[in-house]
Design a protein around this ligand. Structure first.
Ligand code: HAM
Length: 432
C-alpha cells in the first residue's frame, strides 16, 4: 500500500494549522498597514547567482538549487532580500523614497531540521530603501517590536538584541583581523552563543587562519556585554566614535517611543548573512529557549551589487515557525475554530427544497451556512451542527414551513425561538 508522507522539514497545513498561519499573516499585515508598508511579492525561483556571494556561504550551502530544463542555474529562494533589492533597484528612479515594502514569502533552506528550523518557512519581511539615517533604523526596530506586541507578547517574553557591524568591524580590525577575512570571521563569531568561545576560537584559527593572540583578542571583544564596557575598553579606537554615537541616538529615539524595555545592546549579534553593513539586530525569547524570532539590519551595499541603483537599505525577517512556538508556549494563540453562522436542518426529507432555498438565500445575504448533504435525523443534524461549531441552527419542519416560520436555536445558550422566515434575510430573497 503506498503511503506517501511529506518531505522532512516540509509542513502539511491541515485546516487548523492554516487557521493559525492565517491569523499570523493577518496580524503581520495589520502592523505593516499601521506602519505604512506596502505589500509586494517576487518569484519563488531565482537565478542561483543572485545568492552567491551576496547572501554569504551559510545560505549558499543551504540552497535548494538545480539546473532547469533550459540549463539555467536556479534556486528556490532561501531569503527575500536579494529579490527585494533587485526589484526596487530596477525601478528605483521613479519611486518616492524611502520605499517601505513588506512581503510574506515562503522560503526554502536545506537546513538540519531541529526545533524552530524547518526546510521551508514563511517569513515576514519589512524593508526600507533610500534612507541612510539612523531614523530609518529606529523605525524598523520599532516595527519589529510592534509586530511581537501585536500578538500580545511583552517585554517579559522577548528582547531585541542590537549591535553594529561598523563597530564590530572597527574592533575586529583593531584586534588584528585582516580585512579580507572579515566576512568569514563574522560568520564564525555569529555562532558564539551556540558553539561557545572554545569552539569559535578553534574555528577562527582553523578556518580563518588567525594566530592565537588575534583569536584571543577577538574573543575578548565579545566578553564586553554592554555599551559602556565597550566604550571604556576601546575608547581609543578612532573608528568606533561614529557607530557609538549612532547607537546612542538609536537608544534615545527608542526610549522616546517608549520601547526601551524591549531592547538591549549586544555585540554578540553579528548576523550570519554577508551583506549587512551597519546596525544589526535579532529578536529572541527572553528565556533563551528558542532560536531567533527575527533578524535584520542595514545593508547599504547590496542594492548596488544586484541592480543599477546604489541605494542604502535595511530590513528584517521574522519567520512563522519560532513565532508560533512562542505564542503556543505563552498561551497567546486565540481560539481560531471558524465554525459557521447557521446550520439549516430539515426535520423530514419533505423539507428538502425549503432547506436548500433557505441555505441559498442566507449565503446570498453573506452568512456562512452549512447543512447536511444527505437526509439525516434531526438529532444527527444537530450533532453535526454543534460538531462544526455552528452558532445557530435553523430548523424547518412541516409545521414551520406551513406557518412561514423557522425554529432558530442558539447553539451556545441552547435556547430556541420561532422566527418568521422573512426576518432572516432580505425581502427579495424570501422563500415565498
Ligand atoms: P535570517 O536571520 O536568515 O534573515 O532569517 C530571519 C528569521 O527567519 C529568523 O530569525 C527565523 O525566525 C526565520 N528563519 C530563518 N530560517 C528558518 C528556517 N530554516 N526555519 C524556520 N524559520 C527560519 C534573513 O533571512 C534576512 N533576509 C532578513 C532581512 C530582511 N534582512 C533584511 N531584510
Amino acid at each position: 500500500m503506498p503511503n506517501f508522507v511529506s518531505l522532512p522539514g516540509f509542513r502539511d497545513f491541515y485546516p487548523d494549522d492554516l487557521a493559525v498561519r492565517d491569523y499570523i499573516f493577518r496580524v503581520w499585515r495589520d502592523v505593516a498597514r499601521r506602519y505604512g508598508f506596502q505589500e509586494y511579492d517576487g518569484p519563488p525561483l531565482e537565478p542561483t547567482e543572485l545568492y552567491i556571494e551576496k547572501s554569504g556561504p551559510e545560505i549558499v550551502q543551504q540552497l535548494y538549487n538545480f539546473a532547469d530544463k533550459g540549463d539555467r542555474e536556479v534556486a528556490l529562494r532561501p531569503e527575500m532580500t536579494p529579490t527585494l533589492a533587485r526589484m526596487v533597484g530596477a525601478r528605483a528612479g521613479g519611486m518616492r523614497k524611502p520605499v517601505k515594502w513588506f512581503a510574506i514569502p515562503q522560503l526554502f533552506r536545506y537546513e538540519r531540521q531541529q526545533r524552530g528550523r524547518l526546510r521551508e518557512h514563511f517569513q515576514l519581511n519589512f524593508d526600507i530603501v533610500g534612507d541612510e539615517g539612523v531614523g530609518a533604523d529606529v523605525e524598523l526596530l520599532a516595527a519589529a517590536i510592534d509586530v511581537c506586541r501585536a500578538f500580545g507578547l511583552t517585554a517579559d517574553d522577548f528582547v531585541a538584541r542590537i549591535s553594529d557591524r561598523r563597530l564590530l568591524r572597527a574592533l575586529l580590525v583593531h584586534a588584528g583581523v585582516p580585512e579580507d577575512r572579515l566576512s568569514l570571521v563574522y560568520n564564525i563569531v555569529d555562532k558564539l552563543e551556540r558553539e561557545g568561545p572554545d569552539g569559535v576560537g578553534e574555528r577562527l584559527s582553523r578556518e580563518a587562519g588567525l594566530g592565537p593572540s588575534v583569536v584571543s583578542e577577538v574573543l575578548a571583544i565579545f566578553a564586553h556585554r554592554d555599551f559602556d564596557a565597550v566604550r571604556n575598553a576601546y575608547g581609543s579606537v578612532e573608528e568606533i566614535g561614529e557607530p557609538i554615537a549612532r547607537m546612542h541616538q538609536l537608544f534615545d529615539d527608542l526610549e522616546a517611543m517608549g520601547l526601551s524595555r524591549f531592547v538591549r545592546f549586544d555585540l554578540g549579534i553579528v548576523r550570519g548573512l554577508a551583506y549587512y553593513t551597519g546596525i544589526v539586530f535579532e529578536l529572541f525569547d527572553v528565556r533563551g529557549e528558542l532560536r531567533a524570532i527575527a533578524g535584520g539590519g542595514r545593508y547599504d551595499d547590496l542594492m548596488g551589487r544586484v541592480s543599477p541603483a546604489d541605494l542604502p537599505a535595511l530590513g528584517f525577517g521574522m519567520g512563522d515557525v519560532v513565532l508560533k512556538e512562542l505564542l503556543i508556549d505563552r498561551g497567546l494563540l486565540p481560539s481560531l475554530s471558524p465554525g459557521v453562522d447557521d446550520y439549516v436542518i430539515g426535520v423530514t426529507p419533505d423539507e428538502r427544497s425549503e432547506v436548500l432555498r433557505l441555505v441559498r438565500a442566507l449565503r446570498d445575504a453573506g452568512r456562512s451556512v452549512d447543512y447536511s448533504l444527505r437526509p439525516l435525523g434531526v438529532g444527527k443534524q444537530l450533532k453535526a451542527a454543534s460538531g462544526m461549531g455552528a452558532r445557530r441552527a435553523l430548523i424547518l419542519g412541516p409545521d414551520e414551513v406551513a406557518a412561514g416560520v423557522v425554529v432558530a436555536r442558539d447553539m451556545a445558550a441552547g435556547t430556541e425561538e420561532r422566527v418568521p422566515l422573512t426576518s432572516l434575510f432580505p425581502e427579495e430573497l424570501s422563500l415565498s
